[in-house]
Every structure is written in structure tokens, then in C-alpha cells.
Design a protein around this ligand. Structure first.
Ligand SMILES: [Zn+2]
Length: 97
């Protein structure tokens, strides 16, 4: 006989954001919703090019992964935390596609 979990189910109608994928914030243009995840330094194993400053994020550096909620995780970009925080004023240095 299967046991029922007393845990609360996912809210019907809402997307599994939050615990699963990270938090949401406004994107660089301010009119989009972005999923934002923090990558701790211990999990940063590769180097990435930050679209905020066009410099490298070196391995071992904690940073941000963000992507448009509409676009999906395939379009994610890695940002320095400071660049992500200042994205609205700095803009991005290159087209994303
Ligand atoms: Zn940067």
C-alpha cells in the first residue's frame, strides 16, 4: 500500500521556480523576468565570459547564472555578481545571439 507524503504539493498553476530553479529577478532590460541562480565558488569549475563586463569569470569564483524565463535554460549566461547587480546601469557589452 503506497504511503502518501504529507508534504504540500506544488501549487497548481505556478511554475516550479524558487527551490528548484532559483529566484527570479528583472533582466538587464528591466521588462523581462530572469531566473537567477548563484553558483558557489566550489561549483564553478570552468571559466565563463561575463556579458556585463566582457571579462572572464575564472574557475573557483562564485558568480551568477541567469536566463530569461521565457527563453529557457539553454540561453543562460554566467555573470560576475557585481556585474549582474549593476546590469541595469551597465547594460551588456555584446549581443547575446
Ligand atoms: Zn563581469
Amino acid at each position: 500500500m503506497p504511503r502518501r507524503k504529507p508534504r504540500q504539493d506544488r501549487h497548481s498553476g505556478s511554475r516550479p521556480i524558487g527551490d528548484v530553479y532559483g529566484r527570479t529577478e528583472a533582466g538587464p532590460r528591466g521588462d523581462e523576468t530572469y531566473i537567477v541562480r548563484t553558483v558557489p565558488g566550489a561549483r564553478a569549475l570552468k571559466s565563463y565570459r561575463c556579458p556585463g563586463c566582457d571579462h572572464q569569470i575564472t574557475p573557483g569564483v562564485a558568480h551568477i547564472v541567469a536566463w530569461a524565463a521565457e527563453g529557457g535554460e539553454d540561453d543562460r549566461r554566467h555573470w560576475h555578481q557585481g556585474c549582474w547587480n549593476g546590469r541595469r546601469t551597465r547594460g551588456i557589452t555584446r549581443r547575446w545571439s
